[in-house]
Design a protein around this ligand. Structure first.
Ligand SMILES: [Zn+2]
Length: 76
């Protein structure tokens, strides 16, 4: 009977220890987000947007084709 009690106590301690380990390593900091993309300003309306979504014409960035066309027509 004493042996059974010792085994039960052993598993109880093991369970407590594993629970403590789980709560400690369960939640880790989220992985670092990707490096922020370079933001550029539309030369026509001034809105900031990622460089990959901008239209580059004559060294100027535009947010859309319409603004590029408007700015080009003004320049001419
Ligand atoms: Zn624009």
């Amino acid at each position: 009977m004493k042996y059974l009690l010792a085994v039960a106590l052993f598993f109880f301690v093991l369970w407590i220890w594993r629970t403590a380990q789980g709560t400690r390593s369960g939640k880790q900091a989220p992985p670092a987000s990707r490096a922020p993309e370079q933001m550029v300003k539309c030369a026509h309306c001034g809105v900031n947007q990622p460089v990959s979504e901008s239209i580059l014409t004559h060294g100027r960035y535009y947010c859309c084709n319409a603004h590029r066309n408007e700015a080009e027509s003004v320049d001419d």
